[in-house]
Ligand binder design. Sequence first.
Ligand SMILES: C[S@@+](CC[C@H](N)C(=O)[O-])C[C@H]1O[C@@H](n2cnc3c(N)ncnc32)[C@H](O)[C@@H]1O
Length: 249
Amino acid sequence: MLEVSGNRQTHFGFDSVSEADKARRVRGVFDAVASKYDLMNDLMSFGLHRAWKAYTVAVAKLRPGERVLDLAGGTGDLAGAFARQVGASGLVLHTDINEAMLRQGRDRLLDEGLLLPTLICDAESLPLPDASFDLVSVAFGLRNMTHKEQALAEMARVLRPGGRLLVLEFSKVAAPLARAYDWYSFNVLPRLGQWVAGDGDSYRYLAESIRIHPDQAALKAMMKDAGFGHVDVHNLAAGIVALHVGVKC
Ligand SMILES: C[S@@+](CC[C@H](N)C(=O)[O-])C[C@H]1O[C@@H](n2cnc3c(N)ncnc32)[C@H](O)[C@@H]1O
């Protein structure tokens, strides 16, 4: 993190901005894309995000009655799938810092016949008791958080001992694919975002934020520091995405 004369600086994509400005800009990105978020996910990833999430749900191996916290849950893909696994005796709390994303998700889940408890909250400061969940998930959300160590510490705090954290996030792609992936990210994504969502800048931010996010090994180390004694890393699509699974010890 950069520190500039008492005003703490951080990254928003490739730009250096104040921490307050980053939070404001991230909110702006998701306010702008909320209504087209699901369509854009399918287009940008050629539908692959569905497979990455299905894999995450399979790894979660939730049992009926378990308690799950989905952070940065957005339009609710994981929260909905988890709710079907834990059943009526379990709990899935669908949360996000952004009201527009959460509303979009809540409406979609209702259309699918699922009514989940919903909470607007910042993953860096959770208004939830210690050791109250069996599993915490965060899909494509950690990258957008300003204080990632603080967010990971909060995730560890609300998990019971032995509880699992699932972090699904863009990561470092295998070297042979890097050039093609860069070309796609910086040429196609912003144009697609402009065309479909009327907002190329938000998708330029997406491409940039992926490049400065900790890679597989760095995120694993951060999770260990936060109190996850055992962390497994599952590379998906040659590392375009990685699922980190941490066990709180
Ligand atoms: C790319 S979306 C992911 C949504 C969903 N999890 C998915 O996989 O489709 C990222 C989400 O992170 C949320 N977010 C960003 N910063 C956050 C924070 N500090 N606390 C909670 N959510 C945050 C955004 O509002 C946005 O909905």
